[in-house]
Design a protein around this ligand. Sequence first.
Ligand code: HAM
Length: 427
Amino acid sequence: MITAIKGVNDVRPRAKDMFLDSAVWSKLMAVVQEVMAAYAYKPVWLPLIESTELYTRGVGTGTDIVSKEMYSFTDRGERSISLRPEGTAGAARAYIEHRLSREDAVQKWFYAGPMFRAERPQKGRYRQFYQVGAEFFGVADAAADVELIALLQLLCQRLGLQDVRLKINTLGDAESRAAYRALLTAFLQQHLAALCATCQARAAENPLRVLDCKNPNCQKLLEGAPDILEALTSASRDWFDRYLQLLDEQNIAYERDPRLVRGLDYYSDAIFEMTTTALGSQDAILGGGRYDGLVESLGGPPTPAVGFGAGVERLALLMAQQDQKSVGPELFVIPMTPELVGRALALTTQLRAAGRSVELDTSCAKIGRAMRRADKEHAQAVLVVGEDELRTGQGSLKRLADGQVLPCALTAAGVTQAMHQLMAQQP
Ligand code: HAM
């Protein structure tokens, strides 16, 4: 038997691991589309493969994503290609390539699709995983960031997620970061011997990443580390103050985490993550922030930008944990004999054209078996079509939740009316 490779998933109907149930994914994607439309973000479909250089320059060679986790290969034309580990660098590449800064600088994009990272697989962490994300190009004001946070709050609310915490921090502009790096490096050098081996290596190359080490000893020691607020230029401080003020004005609750740094090099100013206690160690459901330098570093004109990426598997896991109800068809139609299938199909065709979601049991199984399938599919109601029903033109709709039965005329209009009635008096 050929099995799937390590760290990838099959999302499918009624998967036992409910976060892989395609009904949960469909619901999630429908909500994402609605919320993105409400905030006037437009969909983009960008390539899954890009030149490796895009990520080495865009995400940074010192990051785990680029140095350890990329799926890279040489193609037939001897070019180094990588499967995308994230969506922001590709979006910036497309923004530059289509010269949008000249024509239509303000662009609000969203996307959904697979990303690839060769990480050690565990619950909530996969090698092929899905992200929904958004990128907002062309606005430097903190209002763009806060609007994005408001969008994310609406998204979490519509998905029914509970106990989601918003953590924020700032990385300031390049000058602030350089000043902070110097302060932090001096602090780390004093405590080098007490740090774990990974942090010792990072202290020289990428000192900011030391801040998010999970080792308890390092965490304790870092409590005494300098705070980036001490190193912000006045412009960065003003920008961050306005961001905080806007968050307060919108009544958005947040926690400032001075050790939040994020694992990608392109960020500047405000960064954020949303976490939940319900997911165990892989607790980040989404993350993002401002990246004003990325477009320019990839050869485009200076372009302010902000965005986020959310892990679909993690969102789906939370949805599955918090809302056990799977959504099935509104109606499950069971013809009693093979001879009646054609008539039942004609009726379901009309119902489907009228916008109802209907499953027809074309297998002509025994009634008991068909009823069990209707149950498994989480159908809301069942309609049995037998000789008697066709002769009299009268059938009855049975609500599966409580067995309540309602007579109806066996026409599309009659069935629709009975469905409305049954749904209106849900138990
Ligand atoms: P990221 O924090 O690397 O940011 O990924 C965003 C989210 O993707 C994470 O919070 C997590 O939910 C999910 N994720 C990451 N790696 C995995 C994995 N191996 N398995 C399952 N889920 C995972 C970015 O990718 C940035 N591009 C976000 C962004 C957009 N920043 C600005 N614009």
